[in-house]
Design a protein around this ligand. Sequence first.
Ligand code: NDP
Length: 609
Amino acid sequence: MSGSDSPGTGENQQVTDSGRVDVDTLRQKFREERERRLRPNTNDQFPELIGPLGDFLSDPYVDPDFTRPPIDDEVDALIVGGGMSGLLAAAELRKAGVKRIRIVEKGGDFGGVWYWNRYPGARCDVESYIYMPLLEETGYMPSEKYARQPEIFKYLQLVGQKFDLYDDALFQTELTQLEWDETSQKWQAQTDRKDRIAAKYVVLAAGAQHRPRLPAIPGIEEFKGHMFHTSRWDFGYTGGDENGEMRGLADKRVGVIGTGATGLQCVPTLAESAKELFVFQRTPSTVAERNNRPTDPGWVEALRPGWQRERMTNFVSLALGIEVSEDLVDDRWTYAWRKLGRGFVDPPEGAPSSDVSEYERHDMELLDEIHARIDGIVEDKETAEALKPYYRYWCKRPGFHDDYLKTFNRPNVKLVDTHGRGVDAITPSGVVVDGQEYELDCLVFATGFDVGHGYLNSGAFDVIGRDGLRLSEQWGNGVRSFHGFFAAGFPNCFFTGFTQAGFTANVVHTLWEQAAHIAHVVGCVEDASASTVETTGEAVDEWQDEYANPNPATIKFWEDCTPGYFNSEGNARNPEGLLAGYYPKGALVYFDLLREWREEGSLRGLVVK
Ligand code: NDP
């Protein structure tokens, strides 16, 4: 049976005769489902990957015996991390005329998440025309609306070449120390390959989604079959490549734990290759259609300079409920925003509670469409019911896939629903749920990434600023920045990512804005022939005021949500959590604020010496 491509109204018991959702019944159901999933240990339910679990971190895509002589040199800019954020910072610095740029990257190439996540089926489900940055500068056009991992990875390599970043890049290398040297007025860095690098500027762009997260399931270390995380795919075992065709699995019983955005993408390809596939589900994702299509050459021909920025702004405007004359991206992300007529989760400031419940109703209608799609595709009724999510639409990252639901109609695929509890145990030979053991040859963890332990966890080193000041002390109780880029006492050091910056579903938009802003500030310092740029304690305090009175409706929304990495697994007020890192007035306000600040020209909040 093929999937219905258009959203329906659904025939669930939560829909009243008039076709409107029964808010009270659904609210009650959401509460019950959330209760089942709340765990007192929130983020700490995931063990540190050390000891026998340390193997999960190793890089299967490189020669582990690679060596090179250590480097001792001085550069203009040192960038930690060669993923999207680091590459964008490097490209923008290059455009601003910075000559010696050294990127230190723990993987074997540029690419970041697109380097690590090579699992068969991996694809970006944010439109590639807005997700793949610098398209006008590189002259590249993605082949599809939603590009596959190999294309994005290759494109990021092209960015590295185009901006001449390979010669000075240090791959398979991790920073171990970063310290400000008052005498030379430079940063002094050391790496795990004994390199010593002095740099005038440092950009910290290590990101968070490079550290796999495993569940602390009893017995995990005892499993005698083969196991790996989706971001460290073992093609040596499975055979095949990013396209699938994993012949090594033809006689194997394979289990997948995790049904988030990654699980949705790898389950259909695994199902095609494995003898049997068991999908262990704790919480179902919302799965809307993706509607991928090849890039239309006629459309490309009609594009005018500036089109990519315009498209990105159009997308984020819709996300924030800002009226636009046309929905340029026109996909399931923007469909949901248009339907809601507002942004991600934030009701307008000061909205009366009756309005808030209107948002709730819209969310429930979206969910009803998701449920109807499941009913239309999944043949087995029990499986269909188990695949239905029950939480506010934006509590978890929405999912999009045209084949995921269909996969459960295959005779070799079984959904094992754990009713919110998660897998009970792992034995030497398989996985236990509800007292039943599922014997497995191979176990794949699609269990996400460690994003819940604060900014400092994203790198294996502390940053030591002026007078021995440690970032771990200054940010020990959460990030305190100016504009998300600067910390007091850390001159010439720029932070990127969600360090109190504007968040958008198109993460790259934020990273690119940040990169351009950093390049602007560096340009100002160079134009002034100055040595340092640094924020003041007052400027940092002032920026904290922006976070002082969060919208109570937003907080309540996240507190009522089912646990997930957005709300620190049910601990929405976690000062180190993802939510604490984003600018509460929305990404577009943040981007405008930075633009106005640049145009104003006085570098307010910074001291240049
Ligand atoms: P997630 O953190 O979103 O999902 C982890 C999954 O593992 C969840 O289904 C979770 O269940 C499950 N899980 C955790 N512990 C257990 C347990 N003990 N037993 C059973 N199940 C468990 O990770 P993903 O890798 O799926 O996605 C992470 C992010 O990566 C996405 O949100 C997105 O930002 C990005 N991504 C982007 C893509 C793109 O196209 N641009 C594609 C793929 C990923 P539960 O929900 O109950 O916690």
